[in-house]
Design a binder for this molecule. Structure first.
Ligand code: TXA
Ligand code: MG
Length: 346
C-alpha cells in the first residue's frame, strides 16, 4: 500500500496537508496520528470495514476492543448511553487528556469496534494535530496504539514510519508524545469505577474528583493476568525483540548485579542494554539508556528506548524498577509485560 506521509508542525498546522488525511478517514482508510500519549492508528469507528483495516494493519486479535477518539466532550452522547455522573465529572476534569472512559455503547457503535462488547471506550486526546484531524473529518475515530500487535507503542514519528509505512493509508508525523504511556482506562459501567489500565492519570487523581476507585485486581497480581477485564491487557504486549529483565533491590545491589550479568553475557557473545534513572547512568556497562531524572520522564521515554534497544540489536535488556503508587504503577505495568514478568530480585 502506498502511504501518504506528512510532517505537520503542531504550532502551525498546515490545513491542506491535514485535509489529505481527513479525506482518507472519510473514505474508510487508516491514518496514523500523534496524540499526547502514544501514536494512534485510526479509522472511522462507525464503519466496520474501516475498523477491520485497523486490526489487519496491526495484526491484532479481533476480540481486543478499540478506543474511540472524539474532539468534543458532548460527542459521548452520540456513542453511549446511561452515562454515570462520576464519568461526567472526570470527563469535565481531565478531558482533553490521557483518560479513557468505558461506557455502555449505543446501537450506532458496531461491535467490530468494541471487540464484541456492549461497552465502548472513549477519549478526547490533548494534542492539537489529533484534535484538528478529528474536527476536520468530523467522525469518531477508533484508534489503538500504532504498533504491530505485541510490540512497544511508538511515541515518535520515526518509529511509526519504520514499522508502519506501507501498512496504512496515511501517517501524520508530529512531535514526540508528551506522556509516552497509553491513557488510563476506567470502567464506569459498574457501581464503583475501576481502573482497567493504569496510566498518567492516577488512582489518586481520580479519587480526588469522584471518591472511591478500584483497580482491576488482575493488574496487581500477574498470575491473574488472564482474567484482566480490559481484553487488551491479557495479551503478550510491549515486547521488543530483546529479552527484558527487571532487576529489583537496593540501588547499589541492582547496579552490581546488572554489571555482573553483563559480564556473563559478554562472555557468551550477547549484547546487553540497561534502562535506568539518569543518576545511575554512568555506573553501568553495556548500552545504557537513561530514561530520565523522574518518573514522568521515565514514562515518556520507556517505549522509545525499548525500540531503540532493538534497533541497536541488543539481545538482553536489564531495567531498574520504578516503584511508587502514582505513575510508577503504569510504568511497572508496561515493564512487567515487556519482560514477560521476569524479575530478578537481589
Ligand atoms: O493512549 C491511548 O489510549 C492510545 C492512544 C492512541 O489513544 N490508545 C491505546 O489503544 O492505547 P489500545 O487499543 O492500544 O488499548 C486499548 C485498551 C486495551 O487494553 C483494550 O482492551 C481496552 O483499552 N478497552 C477498549 N475498549 C474496552 C472496553 N469496552 N472494555 C474494556 N476494555 C476496553
Ligand atoms: Mg496498544
Amino acid at each position: 500500500m502506498q502511504t501518504i506521509i506528512s510532517k505537520i508542525d503542531s504550532n502551525d498546522i498546515d490545513k491542506n496537508e491535514l485535509k489529505k488525511h481527513s479525506e482518507l478517514l472519510k473514505n474508510g482508510e487508516t491514518v496514523i496520528f500523534p496524540t499526547e500519549t502514544v501514536y494512534g492508528l485510526g479509522a472511522n469507528a462507525l464503519d466496520e470495514n474501516a475498523v477491520k483495516k485497523i486490526y489487519e494493519a496491526k495484526g491484532r486479535p479481533s476480540d481486543n476492543p478499540l478506543i474511540v477518539h472524539i474532539h468534543n466532550k458532548d460527542l459521548i452522547y452520540d456513542l453511549s448511553k446511561d452515562i454515570d455522573d462520576k464519568a461526567k465529572k472526570v470527563i469535565d476534569k481531565f478531558w482533553p487528556g490521557p483518560l479513557t472512559v468505558i461506557l455502555k455503547k449505543n446501537d450506532k457503535v458496531p461491535k467490530t469496534t468494541t471487540g464484541g462488547l456492549d461497552t465502548v471506550a472513549i477519549r478526547m486526546p490533548k494534542n492539537d494535530i489529533a484534535l484538528e484531524l478529528l474536527r476536520e473529518c468530523n467522525l469518531p475515530i477508533a484508534a489503538p496504539s500504532a504498533n504491530i500487535s505485541g510490540k512497544p507503542s511508538p511515541t515518535n514519528g520515526k518509529h511509526v514510519v519504520d514499522s508502519m509505512n506501507g501498512r496504512v493509508a496515511g501517517i501524520i508525523i508530529g512531535d514526540d508524545c508528551d506522556y509516552g504511556l497509553e491513557s488510563t482506562v476506567v470502567d464506569f459501567t459498574e457501581e464503583i469505577p475501576m481502573i482497567l489500565r493504569p496510566g498518567s492519570i492516577t488512582k489518586k487523581d481520580l479519587e480526588n474528583v469522584i471518591g472511591k476507585v478500584e483497580i482491576d485486581p488482575s493488574l496487581l497480581n500477574h498470575e491473574d493476568n488472564k482474567k484482566a477485564k480490559a481484553p487488551g491487557m491479557k495479551y503478550k504486549h510491549y515486547s521488543p525483540d530483546a529479552e527484558v529483565f527487571i532487576v529489583s533491590g537496593k540501588n547499589d545491589d541492582v547496579i552490581e548485579k546488572i554489571n555482573s550479568l553483563i559480564d556473563e553475557n559478554d562472555k557468551n557473545g550477547l549484547k546487553s542494554g540497561v534502562l535506568c534513572l539518569e543518576k545511575n547512568k554512568k555506573k553501568y556497562k553495556g548500552k545504557v539508556i537513561s530514561l530520565g531524572e523522574n518518573f514522568k520522564e521515565v514514562g515518556r521515554n520507556l517505549f522509545n528506548s525499548l525500540i531503540t534497544m532493538d534497533n541497536e540489536k541488543i539481545n538482553v535488556v536489564y531495567s531498574e524498577e520504578f516503584l511508587d503508587d502514582e505513575v510508577g504503577m503504569a510504568i511497572m505495568n508496561r515493564l512487567l509485560k515487556s519482560s514477560g514478568y521476569k524479575v530478578i530480585r537481589v
